[in-house]
Structure formats: structure tokens, C-alpha cells
Design a protein. Structure first.
Length: 421
């Protein structure tokens, strides 16, 4: 007797549950962005591009992210003396305390390659490559200690953490480093350009900025496969390059420097040979799959010696997803549910469920779709229009909680445009 689809789903839940029995809770801006980005990836998974995908452009952002960044940049131009500038910076941080701002831009390309059948399996290969840039800004009150010094100054001064400095309210951190006995003449000369830009907070009761920036690119081959009427999946082999920077910016630094968020001269770019694997099963109108993405196979190149480790890391993303398709009058109705998990956040953080309602004609080349989806933080509303060779989709993520781990989640907007053959 063959095992049913329910048996496979129970087994997959058991495997995922055992692997991630001990949950990791989001504790910093990198973990927070990791969770948000994986929620964005869920939306991208739900609009699977297919074999005829050519170009895909999407962006996610808070409505006020640009205003917050502009206000932060203008603080050093506040009229008056240093104390007036610091007061303005403290007021700005208190105004946006416990908030977060997010921006993510994604560009993907696909080139279909001829399909073929071997060993009873149909293989459908594509060449895929793309880029994305993410920015996340957390603002919260957190005690800044000597252990945080490496995130307060440029990465090339990583040894500053071992110089025996002490936290001195309002003091110039780089000047402290120059005055310390552990710096030689060459290091002091290199550090001079950073004097007057990085400061300890005057008050420990004022929030700080925690900006995080990540860029990555990928290129490789995606091979979808179908066996019989039930089994399907894909294997994706590609190079994944990633670089990022996580910083801490105090009120004093904001007040005294207009370019407080400096990108390091030496980046931490790491390129890995990576793979994604998906295995799915369809029975009647029910479909389920398990996928493991970003499996690191080998490091191709890195810049750890000069730029350090990538903050985001290269932990795999595991996803379990199920859906059921049915016809409702002239519409197609598809309820779905799933979970995604990565080391940076807990199992329950990745739960989601929703339903799509759509109407299509001409072999799904023309139609409209509306989706509602609920996860542990947001309700997401998605309308989509498909027009023969193009597709336009809008997403609105509305918070369902006033606070999560001490942070007020924001409403997020997204627009996606796709061209296909």
C-alpha cells in the first residue's frame, strides 16, 4: 500500500520539528531583517515565475523610510552649538524610538533552456541570475558598552576593541584610540580622517540608531523536474555572493557628523557555491512540498582577512508549504499554509496561512487574482493583474500587533513587475 500525501506531510513536520526544536529568537537588527526578508521571500514564492520568466523587478519599503533617513542626515545642520545639535538628535531618536524602517529592492532575470525527458522524468532548465539590496534601520534604547565599540567605528579599526578604552560620555572614540598606547604611528595617521565623527553617547537613556545594509547577487542554473502525475521539484545550483555591514550610531555621532553611516573601505564579500532543493507531491487537488534553500556547498572566495565575516551568515532556509485548489463558480480558490525557518528566528515566527481567489482565461495568460495572508506579525493584501506577457502585483503588509520584542512593526508596501514569454 502506497503512503498517502498526509503521511508525507506528517513526516516532514516531524523532521522540521526535530531539527529546530530549540528556537532562536530575534535579538538584533540582522536577525530582525533576516526574518522580514524571509517573509518577503514567501510572497515571491507564491508568485513562482515559471519557465517563461524573463525579468522580475520588485521593491519593499516603509512609507516614511526616506523621511526618517533625511531627518537623520540633517541633524548635524541644526543651528546652534554642539549641545543644541545633540538635543536635536536626542529628540529625533526619542520620536522614532522602538520603530523600524525597511527598504529592499530586487532584480531577477531568467532565460529558459529547452526541456527534455530522461529516465521517465521531465527536466525543465533555466538560467537564473539577479541582485538585491536591503536596508533596515532599527531605533531603540539599548545600553552602549565597550563591547559595542567595533560596531561604532569603521571596520578597519577592529582592533580598537582590545585597546583598553573606557566609555566616556560624549568622548571622541577614534581620538581615544589614537591616544591609546596600542596604536602605532601608521595606525594613528590612518585614523586621523575619522576624528570628530564617532562619539560615545552623552546620555545612556537615549535610543541609538542600528542601521544594517546588505547586498547580494546570484547566478546559476535552476532545473525543475516532474515525474509522472504526482512528483515534482527542482534543483538550483548557483554562485551566491553576499556583503553587508551592521552599525551602531549614537545621538552624539548623529549630531556631530552628517555622514555618520560610513561604509567600510574593506567589504566582507563572500561568494559560495550554493544549492536549493525542493521535493513536492500532488494528489487530486492537494499539493505539498518541502524546500531547503541556500545550502552552502563550498566557499569560492571571501575577504574575511580584511573585511571580516558576513553578519547575515549563510544558514539554510527550510520551508514547508501546502495548498488545495478548488473551483468556485467562475473563480479558482486556493487556500494555503506553511512555515519557513532559519537559525536567526523561532519556528513560530515563520508560520503563515491564506487564500487566493482568481479568474484566468487563455491558458492563464490573462486574469486577476486577490490574495489575503496572515502571519504572526502582519496581514498581507495582494491584488495582481496578468496581461498576456506582463504581470503587475501590489502587496500591503499591515501589522496585527502593536509591538513585537519591544519594536513597533511598520506597514510595508511592495510593487512587483514581471515580463515573461
Amino acid at each position: 500500500m502506497k503512503p498517502s500525501i498526509k503521511t508525507y506531510i506528517r513526516l516532514l513536520f516531524l523532521v522540521v520539528g526535530v531539527v529546530y526544536l530549540a528556537e532562536a529568537q530575534s535579538a538584533n537588527v540582522v536577525d530582525r531583517y533576516t526574518l522580514l526578508e524571509d517573509k518577503f521571500r514567501t510572497i515571491e514564492m507564491l508568485r513562482n515565475p515559471g519557465h517563461d520568466f524573463f525579468i522580475d523587478i520588485s521593491a519593499w519599503l516603509n512609507a516614511d523610510v526616506q523621511d526618517v533617513i533625511k531627518e537623520a542626515e540633517d541633524l548635524s545642520k541644526t543651528p546652534g552649538d554642539t549641545n543644541a545639535k545633540i538635543n536635536a538628535a536626542q529628540n529625533f531618536l526619542n520620536k522614532y524610538n522602538k520603530t523600524e524602517q525597511t527598504l529592499r529592492v530586487n532584480l531577477d532575470f531568467g532565460i529558459p533552456i529547452f526541456s527534455f525527458t530522461a529516465f521517465g522524468i521531465k527536466f525543465i532548465p533555466d538560467l537564473r541570475f539577479g541582485f538585491n539590496l536591503g536596508f533596515h534601520l532599527g531605533i531603540e534604547q539599548r545600553t552602549i558598552t565597550i563591547a559595542d565599540v567595533a560596531s561604532l567605528v569603521p571596520a578597519q579599526f577592529s582592533e580598537i576593541a582590545s585597546c583598553g578604552l573606557s566609555v566616556v560620555a560624549g568622548a571622541d572614540i577614534v581620538q581615544q584610540y589614537i591616544d591609546a598606547a596600542c596604536s602605532d604611528a601608521t595606525e594613528e595617521a590612518a585614523a586621523q580622517q575619522y576624528v570628530g565623527k564617532y562619539f560615545w553617547p552623552t546620555s545612556g537613556n537615549v535610543p541609538s540608531l542600528f542601521p544594517y545594509i546588505k547586498g547580494e547577487g546570484h547566478a546559476g542554473f535552476l532545473v525543475n523536474w516532474i515525474k509522472g502525475e504526482n512528483w515534482f521539484g527542482h534543483v538550483n545550483l548557483y554562485a551566491l555572493g553576499r556583503s553587508d555591514v551592521a552599525l551602531t550610531v549614537t545621538a552624539d555621532t548623529l549630531a556631530r557628523s552628517s555622514d555618520a553611516v560610513d561604509l567600510p573601505k574593506e567589504d566582507n564579500t563572500t561568494v559560495n557555491a550554493t544549492s536549493d532543493i525542493q521535493v513536492g507531491y500532488t494528489q487530486n487537488n492537494m499539493t505539498g512540498f518541502v524546500a531547503i534553500n541556500e545550502i552552502k556547498m563550498a566557499t569560492v572566495t571571501d575577504n574575511k582577512a580584511k573585511g571580516g565575516e558576513v553578519n547575515y551568515g549563510f544558514d539554510p532556509l527550510i520551508r514547508l508549504h501546502g495548498e488545495y485548489e478548488m473551483e468556485l463558480a467562475f473563480f479558482d480558490l486556493k487556500p494555503f499554509a506553511g512555515v519557513h525557518k532559519r537559525k536567526a528566528y523561532g519556528f513560530s515566527d515563520g508560520l503563515y496561512a491564506g487564500a487566493e481567489l482568481g479568474a484566468y482565461v487563455w491558458e492563464d495568460r490573462l486574469g486577476l487574482m486577490v490574495r489575503g495572508m496572515l502571519d504572526t506579525e502582519h496581514f498581507t493584501f495582494t491584488p495582481r493583474a496578468k496581461l498576456w506577457f506582463a504581470q503587475l502585483e501590489y502587496n500591503l503588509k499591515l501589522p496585527i500587533k502593536s509591538e513585537i520584542d519591544g519594536v513597533k512593526p511598520s506597514s510595508l508596501h511592495s510593487l512587483n513587475f514581471r515580463l515573461f514569454f
